[in-house]
Design a binder for this molecule. Sequence first.
Ligand code: FES
Ligand code: MG
Length: 592
Amino acid sequence: MVAENIGGRSEQRLRSDDWYGYGDGDGRDGYIHRAWMRRGYPEDAFDGKRPQIAIANTASDLTPCNMHLDEVMQSVKLGVASAGGIGLDLPVVSLGETLVKPTAMLWRNMAAMAMEEMFRANPIDGLVLLGGCDKTIPALLMAAASVGIPAVVVPGGPMMNGMYRGQRMGCGTGTWQLSEEVRAGTLSKEAFLASDRSMIRSKGHCNTMGTASTMAVMAEALGMTIPGVAGTPAPDARLLEASQATGRLIVDMVREGRTIGDVITRGSLLNAITAIAACGGSTNSVIHLMAIAGRLGIELTLDDFDEVGARVPLLVNLQPSGAFLMEDLYNAGGLLAVLAQVRDLLDPTPITVTGRPLVEYLDERPIWDGEVIASREAPLIPAATEDTAGAGIAVLRGNLAPNGAIIKPSAASPHLLQHRGKAIVFDSIEDFHARVDDPDLDVTPDSVLILRGCGPVGYPGMPEVANLPLPQKILAAGVRDMVRISDGRMSGTAYGTVVLHVAPEAAAGGTLALVQDGDEIVLDVPNRSIVLDVPDEELARRQPSAALVQGYATATRGWERLYIDHVQGADTGADLDFLLGASGGEVSRESH
Ligand code: FES
Ligand code: MG
C-alpha cells in the first residue's frame, strides 16, 4: 500500500501486486507468481486486494524457547484471515541461546541479514514477527527496519514460574546461584542436577528479567506490539488471543500504510530505555537497541542510556536483580502497570502499531501486587542522585574504556560500586578455567578479575562469559561477589559487580589489552569512571600480550571471516558496517 497510496482503499496498490498483478495480471510473470501459490487458496487470494502478511517464524526444535511459535503462528493466521488478508508462514533463521556455539550473538547480524533479504524478496505487504529467545526479536526488528514495511511483534512469552524446594527458581539465575553453592560446598551435586526440571517447566523463554523478557519489554515500549502483550506467559491462552488480534491489526496497518518507521522513532527508543530501566532489564538491551536505531538512521548513543536511565527508579522486583519471575509480573499488572508509574518520564508522542500513543494505554493500570511492582513513591532503587548509582544502566569511561563500558548497578553489590583493587588478568575464558581454582592463585576478595579477548572481534561474537565464577577459595570464605571487568557480555539472567562491553575491546587495540597482573584499577560507578591507575608513559611502553594477539580473528572463510572484517564495536551496537541503514522494500528487477 505504500508505493501508490492515492487515498481511497480501492485505489491503493499493494506491494505484493508487483508480483501477482504484474503486467496488469495477464502477463507471463503474474501468471507464474499466482499459479504456484494458488493451491487450496480461494480464487481471490492473490487478486491484489488482500494484504499478504508474512509471519516471520523463528520456531525451531533447536531453539527450545521458541518451539511453540508454530502454534502462535496459526493464531496469527486466523486473525489475518478474519480481517481479509492472507497469512503466510515464513520460517526464518532461528537462534537459541543455550545450544549454539560459540555464542548466538555471532549470528544475530547474520539472522538479521537473511531475514531482511527474504522480507524484501517476497510478495509481502506486512510482517508479523514471532520471536522469543534473546537474539530473535532484535534480529527480526533490525531486518524489518531495513525493509521499512508495516510490522508487528508477537513476543513468544516466558515460561511458567520455576519452583524448587519451595523457592522460586528462575531460568539462568537459579543455575548460576546453585552451581556456585556446589562449588562452595554448601549444596550437593545431586541436588543441583535434580533441579533442572523444576526450573524449566513449560514452553516459553526464560522467566527471569533476562534478555528475552527484556526484549519483549523493549518491543512493547517501542510501540511494536499490541500494548499489554509483553510478558504474557507462553502457555497462557491470552497469548493466542493476542496473536489473533495482531493478525487482524497488521491487515489494518497495511491498509492504513503505517510502517515500522512511523512507530520506531528517537522518542520511542528513549521510552524503551525508560521501560527497561524501570524493569531492571538486561545489559544486552544496550547493544540491541543501538543496532535497531542504526538500521533506521536514528542517533542513539551510550550516553542516552545513562542520561535517560538515571532518571528512572527500579520498580520491578524480578530476578536477577530481585525475587520474582515474569508470571508474577504479568499477574501483578504487567508492563503497562509499571509504565503508568513512570508516565511523566515517557515521551507522549510516539505512536504504537495501533496508531495510538503508548501513553494512552496507561490509564487505570493498577498494581495488583505491590511486592512485585513497587510504586513510584516507594521504589526498590530510587533514581540516581549525585552520590548514588541509580537503577538503569550506568556508562563508565576512563583510560580503561575511552569509548565506554557499562554496568547494571541494580545487579551489583552496593559496597563494590566504589572500589580499588589489583588486577588478575585472563587472556581467554579457557585461561580463566585453567587457573581460577588453583590454590596458588594470588587472589583476595578485593582483587579485580579481568577477562579480555571477548569482544565482537576477539572471540569472535562477544559471548556471555563476563560474569566469571568466583575462585573457589574466595567462595569458601563466604564471599559471593567481586569486581569483574571484560570486553564481553553477560547473560541478562546473571548478576554481580561486572563491568561489561569495555570499548575499544582488547582485540581492537583497547587499553584492556595492556593491563598486567597487579595493576591497580579504580571503579567509581556514582562518578561513572573506570581507571587503570598506571601512568600513560608506562602504558605507551607496554605491548599487548602475545596470547591475545594470536588468539583472535583466525577464521579464513565463511560468515566468521565476514563478521570479523565488518563488525563494529559494542559501543555502537555491534552491527556490521555495511548493514547500517536501510535498503527499503523496492525490488526493481523481475525473476523470469
Ligand atoms: Fe532462550 Fe533464555 S535461553 S530465553
Ligand atoms: Mg516450522
